[in-house]
Design a binder for this molecule. Structure first.
Ligand code: NDP
Length: 277
């Protein structure tokens, strides 16, 4: 397979973000370099990591070893819950850069609102400063519910570029997606494959067979056709390649609707209103 051209989403500050990227949650640091190198080799240009994943250094090694120019890459990391105050957020950004071996990130996110600490407004002030000084491509949030987005909007003129939330056929997070749309925030889906949970179910299987594609490719296509950013994770080279091979077919409206029918509040991760680390 020759590397496909990956479409981009224009973020609210004009930055172009690849619509399909590569996630490395739960990949041990020692295995991360091989996984990210495999992803870069087949054509991924966007990598999603986080301070808490403990594998920013592994991502950084793959980037350093790759021949892909830095300006063709889009690197995201996230600030952990223990750093939700102004100074810690500033230090957290520098620490991520240091571990990644990079001068600048393309996107830096507040990982969770962690409402009990009541620190995300302060952390946002720090991220806003990084953005206004041009020290980061864009800043955003992750796991923010509409009430957290509203509170941010009341306190700051800077609208997050991205809200990265759990989103897959079994949990479509429609209220948050609508709030993102209203505020001009791009929706990025984490666990886009529901960590495999929906891949053995109808109608995904039947649609996959009809198109001669795999269930994972069908689910990724379902996301892409609705304008979302996706970051599937795999450490399996054949799956890494297959998850990128989704630009040569399209689902019909009726197929998108059939997959919508899998909604069942099927959350795989914690609830953002309750998770405080
Ligand atoms: P995904 O929905 O991407 O699923 C990953 C799982 O599916 C792995 O077990 C993988 O197995 C398997 N898989 C991948 N491709 C295929 C395929 N083609 N066929 C069958 N199985 C497949 O889950 P993640 O939770 O990893 O989410 C993706 C990314 O989202 C993360 O890596 C991370 O970057 C981000 N994320 C962000 C969170 C946040 O709070 N902001 C929380 C969770 C994730 P294998 O690796 O063995 O091939």
């Amino acid at each position: 397979m020759t590397a496909p051209t990956i479409p981009t989403i224009t973020l609210n500050n004009g930055l172009e973000m690849p619509q399909l990227g590569f996630g490395v949650f739960q990949v041990p640091d020692a295995e991360t370099t091989a996984a990210v190198s495999a992803a870069l080799d087949v054509g991924y240009r966007s990598i999603d990591t986080a301070a808490i994943y403990g594998n920013e250094a592994g991502v950084g090694r793959a980037i350093a070893e790759s021949e892909v120019p830095r300006d063709e890459l889009f690197v995201t990391s996230k600030l952990w819950i223990d750093s939700l105050d102004y100074d810690s957020a500033m230090r957290g950004y520098e620490a991520s850069l240091e571990r990644l071996g990079l001068e600048k990130l393309d996107l830096f996110l507040i990982h969770w609102p962690a409402p009990a600490s009541d620190g995300y407004l302060e952390a946002w002030r720090a991220l806003s400063r990084l953005a206004s000084e041009g020290r980061v491509g864009a800043v955003g949030v992750s796991n923010f519910l509409p009430q957290h987005l509203e509170r941010l909007a009341d306190a700051s003129d800077l609208v997050p570029a991205v809200n990265q939330v759990e989103l897959h056929p079994a949990l479509q997070n429609r209220g948050t997606v609508e709030a993102n749309r209203r505020l001009g925030i791009a929706t990025e889906a984490w666990s886009p494959l529901a960590q495999g949970a929906v891949l053995g179910e109808e109608p995904v299987l039947e649609i996959a067979e009809r198109h001669g594609k795999t269930p994972a490719q069908v689910v990724l296509r379902w996301h892409l056709q609705q304008g979302r950013i996706v970051i599937p994770k795999s450490v399996t080279p054949a799956r890494i390649a297959a998850n990128l091979d989704v630009f040569d077919f399209a689902l019909a409206e009726s197929e998108l609707t059939a997959i919508d029918g899998l909604e069942r509040d099927g959350r795989t991760g914690p609830h953002p209103a309750e998770f405080n680390g």
